[in-house]
Design a protein around this ligand. Structure first.
Ligand code: NAP
Length: 290
């Protein structure tokens, strides 16, 4: 297969390496192509500007859009999630109409607050600017000229991205389990890549999947699990967050959602997680950390 990954960064590069290892040809598009792994063919382009079809390789079988905004301004969200895909779709226009377009979105489109289970059929009525722009991007690609699939990812962690571990450790010094419990949802980078590969190769994918592991968990549950491990010392609980017990750990004030995202559709489609819960994923990260 010939696959284009636009926004070939943390997740995109992992996906690209997975596909090239299997013999597929992968093109990674980003502004700074020096950071791309050598196995991925580089395309230097800025999707904030219109792109010539000639800048893209011909005969693509799939395109994965995984551009992230560089900051939290609406302009950046618009660029990453609507303007960028619009420019990309326009440049892909001469390609075969069987090209499969996959848009990487986020569970941030769900505003549910009561800890309820959320799946692909749940209402997505985002209350944040990023969520609204993501939803616009999803609608754009699903209404576009190519068969499209959206993957809404939970919080991504993995090598070099351990902020959930650090936040969880801080909660131990702040407060007991929140009442009611406030759930977070996550996925390891390698499962992001694995799920995207699965959706590229799946014969007849649905338009929408949630990309989260099997277990929504509170930061406190994660913290307790970490604290019980012999390889996590109390000194690793870090600096206490500047917040009150009522507000919860740092970061909680940014998002007041409280939901449990279900991966049932992705599992039913045949995907098997490398890291089914935070336990396997964090254990692997802790064993890799010197
Ligand atoms: N982080 C999370 O927890 C999370 C959760 C849910 C969903 N997501 C979504 O998952 C996707 C992948 O995330 P990630 O962590 O892999 O992101 P990332 O590491 O930041 O990679 C995104 C890539 O987009 C490229 N990019 C940014 N602006 C661009 C532009 N104007 N033109 C071309 N390329 C551009 C960047 O490279 P250059 O700077 O070199 O251009 C970067 O390599 C994103 O869509 C993100 O929104 C993330």
């Amino acid at each position: 297969m010939r696959v284009l990954i636009s926004g070939c960064g943390y997740v995109g590069s992992a996906l690209g390496l997975l596909l090239t290892a299997e013999g597929h040809t992968v093109f990674g598009l980003r502004r700074n192509t020096k950071a791309l792994p050598p196995a991925i063919k580089s395309i230097s382009a800025d999707l904030s500007k219109p792109l010539s079809p000639d800048a893209l390789p011909p005969n693509l079988d799939a395109a994965v859009h995984a551009v992230s905004p560089g900051n939290s301004k609406d302009e950046a969200y618009t660029l990453a999630y609507t303007q960028g895909p619009r420019n990309l779709l326009a440049a892909l226009e001469p390609q075969r109409k069987t090209l499969r377009f996959i848009f990487v979105s986020s569970t941030g489109v769900y505003a549910q607050k009561k800890g309820e289970w959320v799946d692909e059929d749940s209402p997505a009525t985002p209350e944040t600017t990023s969520g609204r722009r993501l939803l616009e991007g999803e609608r754009l690609v699903l209404g576009g000229p190519f068969p499209a699939t959206v993957l809404r990812l939970g919080g991504i962690y993995g090598p070099g991205r351990t902020s959930t571990i650090e936040r969880a450790l801080r909660t131990l010094r702040i407060a007991p389990q929140e009442d009611p419990p406030r759930y977070t949802n996550r996925i390891h980078r390698d499962d992001c890549a694995g799920a995207l590969r699965h959706l590229i190769l799946l014969p007849d994918p649905d338009p929408l999947y949630l990309g989260v592991d099997h277990e929504p968990a509170t930061l406190h549950t994660i913290a307790e699990w970490l604290a019980a491990r012999p390889d996590v010392s109390p000194s690793e609980t870090g600096t206490p967050a500047r917040t009150t017990p009522q507000n919860g750990p740092r970061g909680a004030s940014r998002s007041r959602t409280n939901k449990r995202c279900s991966n049932a559709r992705l599992i039913h489609s045949g995907y098997r997680f490398l890291y089914p819960t935070f336990r396997e994923g964090f254990a692997a990260l802790l064993s890799e950390t010197p």
